[in-house]
Design a protein around this ligand. Structure first.
Ligand SMILES: [Zn+2]
Length: 158
């Protein structure tokens, strides 16, 4: 009996995954073949963008429906946007303090360890609040592999 192991995809799942991958826009249109015509023709055949996405506030579990037209919201509410911006600002300020302490040096081994661990913890949290300087072009950050967005302009997107 050809029983699949837990670590391997079953044949049907593998087939479904291959089918899905073959329908991604970047598979249907190779980068070098991208023109308005070729991409416009491929879009209806490609895997559709989700109609609902999670609110960007990591503390929130709500989903936001994608409007048919107009600006695409990032947050479910104004309070989520404000909470996100507040927490992000506080984390960046905390990390600045921790970095300044590391730069200043000295202290015991145990004290340095406390500061290092807390810096790692704050960075771990900040990963959930990293947004590109221009929220309308997140691919700019992905391409540049930028970790910090300090000084980014505060967008008024919800
Ligand atoms: Zn929310």
């Amino acid at each position: 009996m050809n029983e699949p192991t837990k670590t391997r995809l079953t044949t049907s799942k593998r087939k479904a995954l291959r089918e899905l991958m073959s329908r991604r826009l970047n598979t249907l249109v190779p980068l070098e073949g991208a023109t308005i015509q070729s991409v416009a023709a491929a879009c209806p055949k490609a895997v559709a963008s989700p109609l609902r996405m999670r609110c960007l506030n990591p503390e929130c579990i709500k989903k936001i429906a994608r409007p048919a037209a107009g600006r695409l919201p990032l947050f479910c509410s104004r309070s989520c946007r404000e909470a996100f911006d507040y927490e992000r600002g506080e984390l960046l300020a905390d990390i600045s303090v921790l970095n300044a302490a590391m730069q200043a040096g000295k202290g015991s081994h145990a004290e340095r360890r406390i500061v290092q661990v807390e810096l790692a913890n704050k960075r771990w949290c900040l990963q959930r609040y990293v947004v590109p300087a221009d929220r309308t072009q997140p691919e700019q950050m992905v391409n540049a592999r930028q970790a910090s967005t300090a000084g980014s302009k505060r967008a008024n997107d919800l």
